[in-house]
Design a protein around this ligand. Structure first.
Ligand SMILES: C[S@@+](CC[C@H](N)C(=O)[O-])C[C@H]1O[C@@H](n2cnc3c(N)ncnc32)[C@H](O)[C@@H]1O
Length: 352
């Protein structure tokens, strides 16, 4: 696997900029009424305010309603490029460490579950990575689980401009609620090779902190994924960052492959005339960088062992425990046999 480093990053960033330029008019058209730009301008203020100060509060007052087309347009305008770039960058880092692409290069089908995937930034970053690293599978199947499946409208606008088409389905899933996963979602999750959680955990984190019994959907996803499945977590870098690892990743048996905490910025480049027009009309610019915490996990491989009732699976930790028990049991056996042997020897000597 070879990357031309910053060149591939610059190319990727340019493709994200041109995607934004293509889809903005489509997203603006979806906004109701005549004062569309004014509505998106107001939405921008709310969305960025919620992200700056509201996420730490467990209240729906500080969460955005993504059913509103103006909110979706505002979000895509500010965050799409940055979030696509974060996913692309993270997978590139993983690939340079030999963690991801070595697994995927032999697969004819790659199944991806994007949790809180929104407009599909995770998928755009992923497909750009697959393209540039030449590990594009013959089939790419994506399931986006989100509290607002209406994001699919933004995805349809995006997908139209992507070089390749894939199977992408949106299903409602609440990371905070208690509802279980439906049978078809569970089946997809069990076949997934990658789960992405990009800036979505933070939308639920305050609620999950306030009531630790919540989060059954996320626990079920991480429990059900198969050994070897990767989980890419990207979120804002702040004090609560260990919450995902402590409360969800570790208990589900995920191995941390690498972690990075840093300021990540989009490689510089110029915007199209259309994006520049939006910048001046909205009096706002797309985000160029932010502090993030990137964590890449892989589900542990269990060890297959034969027991009297057939084959059973042990996690590596169970395996070590079983091995220690075996050694201890063996030593105990030798000691007991030795004692019995010595007793018999003394008895024979006594008799004769
Ligand atoms: C900041 S956006 C991130 C979207 C996308 N991953 C990206 O990077 O552009 C947060 C996403 O989480 C979703 N979300 C918010 N609360 C959620 C919840 N309780 N359960 C599931 N998804 C949720 C939102 O609808 C939104 O799509």
């Amino acid at each position: 696997m070879s990357f031309t480093g910053s060149k591939s990053q610059a190319e990727a960033a340019n493709s994200f900029r041109s995607l934004l330029s293509n889809i903005l008019p489509d997203l603006l058209r979806e906004v109701d009424g005549s004062s569309k730009v004014e509505k998106v301008k107001a939405a921008l203020r709310d969305v960025s305010q919620n992200y700056r100060t509201g996420l730490s509060t467990a209240s729906l007052r500080y969460r955005t309603d993504w059913k509103e087309a103006a909110n979706r347009c505002a979000y895509v305008f500010v965050y799409l490029i940055q979030h696509c770039n974060l996913v692309f960058y993270s997978l590139m880092q993983a690939s340079e460490r030999g963690t991801v692409s070595d697994y995927w290069s032999d697969l004819s089908t790659l199944n991806v579950c994007s949790v809180g995937g929104g407009p599909g930034s995770d998928l755009v970053g992923l497909t750009t990575f697959l393209e540039q690293s030449h590990v594009y599978p013959r089939m790419l199947n994506c399931l986006v689980l989100d509290l607002y499946p209406t994001w699919k409208r933004a995805w349809d606008a995006i997908a139209y401009y992507l070089p390749r088409q894939h199977w992408v389905s949106y299903k409602r899933c609440d990371l905070v609620g208690d509802a279980g996963l439906s049978a078809d979602v569970l089946q997809f999750v069990r076949d997934a090779d990658l789960v992405t959680l990009v800036k979505s955990f933070s939308a639920a984190a305050a609620f999950l902190r306030a009531d630790r019994s919540r989060g059954s959907a996320l626990r079920a996803i991480l429990r059900e994924i198969k050994p070897g499945c990767h989980v890419l977590y990207i979120d804002n870098d702040h004090d609560g960052d260990s919450q995902f690892r402590n409360d969800f990743a570790d208990p589900a048996g995920l191995d941390l492959m690498f972690e990075e905490r840093d300021f990540q910025s989009v490689p510089s480049g110029s915007y199209s005339e259309i994006v520049n027009k939006y910048c001046s009309a909205l009096d706002f610019n797309p985000m160029k960088g932010c502090d993030v915490n990137i964590q890449l996990y892989r589900k542990k491989f269990p060890v297959k062992k034969y027991v009297s009732s057939g084959y059973t699976y042990h996690t590596p930790q169970n395996e070590i425990e079983a091995c220690c028990c075996g050694i201890f049991g063996g030593l105990l056996c030798i000691a007991v046999c030795g004692l019995i042997g010595y007793g018999v020897y003394r008895l024979i000597r006594y008799i004769f």
